[in-house]
Design a protein around this ligand. Sequence first.
Ligand code: CA
Ligand code: CA
Length: 385
Amino acid sequence: MTFPYTMRHIATSVALCLWVGAAACGGEPAKSDADAESKAKAKPKPAPEPVVEPEPEPEPPPKTLPKTLGSLEEAIEAAAEIHSQHRRTFYCNCAYTPQLRIARGTCGYKTRADESLSKRVAWDRVVPNRAFGQHRSCWREPICKDDAGVAFSGVRCCREVDEEFRAMELDLQNLVPAVGELQADRSDFDFGELEGEARMYGACDFEVDRSLRRAEPDEDTRGEIARAYLYMQDTYGDGLPLSAAQKAQFEAWHEADPPDAWEVQRNRRVAAVQGISNSLLPMMAPPAGGEEEVEAETPAAAKAPAEKAPAEKAPAEKAPAEKAPAEKAPAEKAPAEKAPAEKAPAEKAPAEKAPAAEVPAEDAPAAEKAPAAEAPAAADPKTEG
Ligand SMILES: [Ca+2]
Ligand SMILES: [Ca+2]
């Protein structure tokens, strides 16, 4: 008797449960609003902890590469235009003419060995191709093939296959006018300090030690050099490996030789072409009067502080090439002034030989570029021929 009743009772209960919902039959107790409220009152809430999400790893912003020009010829043309408001060589501050003839008297430059090269501007890469090329596979491995099927590596190969290398090679921040002879002597050496104060180029303060493969620029150019290297690394990252010692040296040079007016203006002009600037240089607006006016007076004074200027070169500082009064006479018109006989036909010459001097040395294989020095050929993969 009892049993059937119990069964019926259970069956009824189950049906009821199914209809009302599990909660009514001893499952998880339903949380009524009242329930929740009472709980809230019961616990004077310790302010709900804001969920602290772990700081997301900041995504490195995609590198904005400069819009470099398409070819070396275009880059050199643009560099010449950019420097047309300040025709002074980067090292030694020699004035030069629109035809790229060095007015050696403006800086006391004396030829070391190559009379012809010492009269022409050559475009130098502050950071040489080797520095941002030699760690690349295109530089080390013969992964390129010429028309005859011969494999090669080095500069030529990197130009063909390595987009970043091409951009670095053509970056206008890194391209500066130099006395051709200095550019050839410096070759692709690193910059650093050298014992002693050898003067191989007259009053021009520039030392080269071929055995150490190092060049020492004058103090007033060190900041510009440092900022060029730091810009290249900032812009291309690992594309330009620098040792800790190099970084320390460049930071020190950057501090010791702050930017002058021309460097700031040059950066602005380069940025107008390439889209990005050197973050170490202020991007102030051009002066109200226009850049030319400022140019005419600031550069020389800034580049060649009086104290370093021996008496004989003094006049140069006051007369930037463009304005240049008679005494400085632009080289091409009056080459006679400095260089008597030797200047003869050779240097006037010939537009046709021009290319050599105007093209950065790295275009030539290292062996050719580095004068005799020590044949770096064996050690240097850049000599791909
Ligand atoms: Ca020295
Ligand atoms: Ca400087």
